[in-house]
Design a binder for this molecule. Sequence first.
Ligand code: PMP
Length: 305
Amino acid sequence: MDESAGIYLNDRLVSLAEARVSVLDHGFLYGDGVYETMRVYGGVVFMMEEHLARLEKSASLIELRLPKSPRQIKLAIYETLEVCGHKDAYLRVTVSRGEGPIGLDPELCPRPTFFVYAGRLKPPPRDYYEKGITLAMVHTRRNLMEALDPQIKSLNFLNNIMAKAEAKKAGAHEALMLNHRGQLAEGTTSNIFFVAKGALCTPGPGCGILRGITRDVVLGIARRLDMKVVEGEFGEEDILGASEVYITSTIMEVVPVSRFTGGRTKDFPGAGEVTRALMAEYRKEVSSYVENTKAAGPSIWGFTE
Ligand code: PMP
């Protein structure tokens, strides 16, 4: 438990002991709600606007009206960060359908529950970046887009939890899920990229993925570096034929894959040339974002150094 974490519940900062939600909250009963995970560097929330836009989109896709405006959410975020004891922090904003009688009808819940958590960041071990991780192809398929669109970052994470459990049993750090058509989709909390035939490839949004914010940042960097980028449809054989593989996520940033296990196993030499370049550029991008945000002066959201 992180005693120095900041917690904001509904309309105010609360202590961990006060941070209690009803057992009749539909987030608890049905996984009915949405969330965002953000990474805070030196007190600055990286890509906050993009994360809040995705929160809004996830909410609208489940017909949930956010109980606060973007400005109010930012204020809550910065208040929470200010009481949290960490400048490099893990930040999560959660909005559930709220408390209501048992039953699936969203109208049973008049008031969404809003919750911000800012706590100690546990970055992945250095080994992940230096040696790479193991990625296992799992049997669990990514949710069918027409059933529960993976674009919705919902509180119902069982699809990914089952895939993660499978990967763990296979001794891997992360799972690679296929979509129902047998095409590469994504990891349990990450997007996948690989380098093949001189191009940087990644499954396109039509493959049923969460469009990662880190993914978009990395695609932007790759295009700026004049790399050939292909967002398309791929299969396991494409990974087996790749020279480099890596995953991306807000918390992990860019992590090389050194072993892929599926129908067959393939070893990669840790971070290859392209991956190394993108890892370095990503860190630079974060640094300039943080510098620019700080240079914009004391934040209009009331956050001070
Ligand atoms: N896919 C899934 C299913 C995820 O949960 C995440 C983590 N949010 C990602 C991809 C990576 O997205 P981002 O880069 O925005 O963290």
